[in-house]
Design a protein around this ligand. Sequence first.
Ligand SMILES: NC(=O)C1=CN([C@@H]2O[C@H](COP(=O)(O)OP(=O)(O)OC[C@H]3O[C@@H](n4cnc5c(N)ncnc54)[C@H](OP(=O)(O)O)[C@@H]3O)[C@@H](O)[C@H]2O)C=CC1
Ligand SMILES: O=C(O)[C@@H]1CCC=N1
Length: 268
Amino acid sequence: MQKLVFLGAGSIAEALIHGWIKNEVVPADHIYVKNRSNVQRLKELNERFGVHILENLEELRDADLVILAMKPKDAKDAFRAIAPYLSEKTAILSVLAGISIETIEKALGARPIARVMPNTSAAIGMAASGISFNEQVTESQKKIYLQLLEAIGIVIEVEEDKLHAITALSGSGPAYLYYLLEAWEKIGTEFGLSKETVRKLMVQTIAGSAMMLQQIKEEPEVLRKKVTSPGGTTEAGIRALENYRFTEAIFACIKSAEARSRELAKGE
Ligand SMILES: NC(=O)C1=CN([C@@H]2O[C@H](COP(=O)(O)OP(=O)(O)OC[C@H]3O[C@@H](n4cnc5c(N)ncnc54)[C@H](OP(=O)(O)O)[C@@H]3O)[C@@H](O)[C@H]2O)C=CC1
Ligand SMILES: O=C(O)[C@@H]1CCC=N1
């Protein structure tokens, strides 16, 4: 693919661009970025990564791939604006939360469409992505999309309906972990530790626990029980989590995010 155009050059576009260029999957020279109005942001990306700025929508005509990366609420207007400029050969990769392949097909015509839910860890090659395809995507095109996403982390193909759950789990997931760290930092400083010390300890704790799960291949419950000495500190901590209905809180979190993805699909 010679010309990949990001329509929407925000956080997720930056993470993907960073990951693809750093991992030498797509040369900067093949990447174009376009926003609705924020040109300063495009200049920043041009200076930082060497990507091109798409000056006007006419330049979409020879695009091989258009990556839809605006907010879902802006998608309708964007579809209307770009539809006249897409050529038959242009494929679509959408990272829009909630917006279905069917909606994109209706707006942009029958063409190869891949719907992906990545996360911002793409920037460091650690994304966890889900992907679904429409029937126009050939097996060889599928391989290219999977390569693009494997270059920035892991990717799992799922039936499209499951992307709502994946959005709620791994798409939004980094935010939940950062939120957890924010809380740990607050309580750690209340105990007189510096924020820097808490961050260092807890970032390593998150990374170490994730790597234990990857490398030791034991169930999380087994690993949890190995930390939890009878009558000890962890047991006291977990009891407090249970008293505050930890599992229910997590279920509510994921269910709310999943439901929101379904609402976005209906244009709500
Ligand atoms: N952030 C994340 O972790 C993830 C986000 N996503 C999905 O990615 C999408 C983008 O999210 P995110 O990067 O966070 O959003 P941002 O708000 O950071 O960026 C969105 C960008 O889209 C641009 N834009 C809006 N309308 C148009 C248009 N008509 N044509 C071209 N560009 C347009 C905006 O430009 P301007 O400022 O000029 O209006 C803005 O730069 C969302 O749909 C979200 O669901 C998916 C996975 C993870
Ligand atoms: O919050 C959102 O809607 C997007 C989708 C997943 C992560 N961010």
